[in-house]
Write a protein that binds this ligand. Structure first.
Ligand code: G6P
Length: 367
């Protein structure tokens, strides 16, 4: 294929840089300004059918599963429908109860991940309704599903998913808003979220422009044998994805925790040799998160704080990475972007094959 790195040193770097355009593509033609909602033509279900669902269950593997966790939160917050995510690799083996008022969503970049495909087939065999959030058009998972939302991120080559993952999150936000507007989300709230979605590409550009600073922060993290990534509620899927990305390509041990759980165990490890990357959105939990930062600095734990512009952290020793504010429900999207560059630059410094980490495949199409 003629898909090259276009002057970038790695596919991963190219794909990170492509995100503003990738997000423009997943939004294109889908924002309905007149009714302050979104148009998802591929769903093959009308509003009446969509209203019948009482629960949403999201299935995917690896980064797609973490995007699904963020997606479950979007859907629960925007549409007030209980939603959760589970690794498809577990779901397919545990004889799950399939309910007819549950909307199942399979999420996959390649559309060929065997565990996700088999989970979809098992669901269909038992009469479940399953839609796909898939990047690769015409792929096996896309064909098995009862319609869905194509992600239009374009081809992704680096094993560590970046633009596809971002578009998964946008896809879930679209689905959440769609489900919300046929339930209780008001036109005014719909407008607020449409504006937030429209603003994303430029906000991502702003974050990417800070690459040099992120590379400097990565340098402080690359030498640590082990790291924590912490976040709570909306920040937790961000922390999980950040830890996953970091360990995949830097081969450093990185573990994600809910910030609220630090005091219930992991704090025992915090000290000068164990850096923490803390996700601290400017939201209703800010004060609680700031309290946790103090717990970490009191134990001389090095800190990198990924937060929003204008937040006063009250700690001076931290490396601060600030991203533009979105609407609270959509915060996870932008908070994830700097973590890609932290992982990328750490792996680069350590001399690893960024695009093809050892032991991993881009798409796991076997049992
Ligand atoms: C593999 C890759 C991961 C990816 C996962 C799901 O494990 O190494 O980077 O997130 O598969 O892939 P999918 O194509 O289904 O999104």
């Amino acid at each position: 294929s003629d898909y090259g790195t276009d002057g970038h040193r790695h596919f991963m770097h190219k794909e990170i840089a492509e995100q503003p355009d990738a997000v423009r593509r997943v939004l294109k033609g889908r924002l309905d300004e007149r009714f302050q909602t979104v148009r998802l033509g591929g769903l093959e279900m009308d509003a009446r059918e969509m209203r019948e669902f009482r629960r949403v269950k999201i299935l995917g593997c690896g980064s797609a599963y973490y995007a699904g966790q963020a997606g479950a939160q979007f859907i629960e917050e925007l549409a007030r429908i209980p939603a959760d995510a589970e690794p498809a690799s577990e779901f397919r083996y545990r004889n799950p109860v399939i309910e007819k008022d549950t909307l199942y969503v399979a999420v996959s970049q390649s559309g060929e991940t065997y565990d996700t495909l088999v989970a979809v087939q098992e669901l269909k065999r038992k009469g479940g309704r399953v839609i796909g959030l898939v990047n690769a058009v015409g792929s096996s998972i896309a064909r098995e599903c009862d319609g869905g939302v194509y992600l239009h991120a374009g081809p992704e080559v680096a094993v560590a998913s970046t633009k596809a993952l971002t578009n998964m999150m946008v896809g879930f936000a679209l689905l959440g808003l769609h489900l919300g507007r046929i339930r209780d989300v008001s036109p005014a709230d719909g407008r607020r979220l449409l504006q937030a979605l429209t603003a994303l590409p430029e906000q991502i550009e702003t974050i990417l422009a800070d690459e040099e600073q992120l590379a400097a922060v990565a340098k402080t993290l690359a030498q640590a044998p082990s790291l924590f990534f912490v976040g709570r509620t909306r920040g937790f899927p961000v922390a999980r994805e950040g830890a996953q990305k970091f360990k995949e390509i830097s081969y450093r041990h990185a573990e994600a925790y809910q910030t609220s759980e630090l005091k219930h165990g992991p704090l025992a490890l915090v000290g000068p040799d164990l850096p923490t990357v803390a996700i601290v959105p400017d939201d209703e939990l800010l004060d609680r998160n700031l309290g946790a930062l103090q717990e970490i600095t009191a134990r001389s734990g090095p800190l990198v704080v990924v937060t929003h512009d204008g937040v006063d952290l009250g700690v001076t020793s931290a490396h601060v990475v600030a991203v533009p504010k979105s609407e609270p429900e959509l915060d996870p999207l932008l908070l994830t972007i700097p973590l890609q560059l932290l992982a990328y630059h750490a792996a680069l410094l350590l001399g690893h094959d960024v695009d093809k980490p050892r032991n991993l495949a881009k798409s796991v199409t076997v049992e």
